[in-house]
Design a protein around this ligand. Structure first.
Ligand SMILES: Nc1ncnc2c1ncn2[C@@H]1O[C@H](COP(=O)(O)OP(=O)(O)OP(=O)(O)O)[C@@H](O)[C@H]1O
Ligand SMILES: [Mg+2]
Length: 267
């Protein structure tokens, strides 16, 4: 990864978001260093998806500021969006438009900062196939996503985000609705990317298979940060979620011995 590690991928300062008549996020302040894997936790409606969307600049800030890789997102055209991947929470991959899994994944090669026609040609096809392979769907590349199950469609969207080879990846509930084998495949894939320096922000209800990847957890409650520190570890008789004031960044990023996936085949 070419990016300078000294630039923080995310700096959020006193961020508030108002949607409709409701204040959804209140004075959110945190920063994420390169290579961290942050679990964003909290109950339904606590503001997790809104915070992710705020960081992507798709919901307006009522106050405060967010910088991605040192660039304020209010200067939208200056942000290196090509370094940033996003898997939204629970949407259908095809949106009614007939498209194969391969075509959906290739769309991930487009966008601000990407070359014109970046989704065309043999290398684009190889990159998309590698991304589909990484989520266990290589054999479904030419199938229409409309016929995919919810979990398979979710994996196509993960492949679409990964084909960009992002330095910063937002995943909103990536484990929801996918089977254990696919969750394990995803965890292994993310561990590989993490060992190469990927910064990860993942909305989770349960840490599940991603638990060992997470170096930090930020817990939201009613739009406030309730806790920011080491990820909770399941320990019978000891509720880590209630254990505040733990030192952030105390768990080193997990490294992986698996061969890199996806990093070699870019156009
Ligand atoms: N466009 C909107 N207009 C008004 N309220 C909204 C809008 N989008 C989200 N909200 C409200 O903001 C709150 C936070 O929603 P958000 O989707 O961020 O929660 P979440 O933590 O991701 O929840 P879940 O775990 O259910 O996905 C909810 O009360 C929701 O109803
Ligand atoms: Mg959500």
């Amino acid at each position: 990864m070419a990016r300078e590690t000294s630039i923080a991928p995310i700096v959020a300062r006193d961020v508030s978001v108002v949607l409709g008549n409701s204040r959804i996020l209140h004075g959110i302040t945190f920063s994420v260093s390169a290579g961290e894997s942050v679990a964003l936790l909290g109950p339904n409606g606590s503001g997790k998806s809104t915070l992710v969307r705020a960081m992507l600049g798709v919901v307006p800030l009522a106050s405060g500021s967010i910088e991605l890789f040192g660039q304020d997102i209010s200067m939208r055209h200056k942000v290196s969006w090509d370094e940033i991947g996003y898997v939204p929470q629970r949407v259908s991959a095809g949106s009614g438009v007939p498209a194969t899994a391969l075509e959906v994944v290739k769309v991930g090669l487009l966008g601000p900062g990407k070359r014109l026609w970046a989704d065309r040609g043999r290398k684009a096809r190889e990159a998309a196939l590698a991304a589909l392979d990484a989520v266990g769907l290589a054999d479904r590349a030419n199938d229409h996503v409309q016929v995919f199950s919810g979990g398979q469609a979710q994996r196509v969207l993960i492949a679409r985000a990964l084909v960009r080879q992002p330095d910063l990846l937002f995943l909103d509930e990536p484990l929801a609705g996918i089977d254990r084998e696919s969750r394990e495949t995803l965890a292994e894939l993310l561990a590989n990317l993490q060992s190469q320096g990927l910064t990860l922000v993942t909305v989770l209800h349960e840490m599940g298979e991603l638990e060992s990847l997470m170096t930090r957890a930020i817990e939201l409650r009613d739009g406030h940060i309730r806790r920011d520190g080491a990820p909770p570890r399941p320990d019978p008789g000891h509720d880590d979620l209630e254990h505040d004031h733990v030192h952030p960044h105390e768990s080193p990023a997990r490294t992986s011995h698996h061969a890199p996936i996806l990093r070699t085949e870019m156009p």
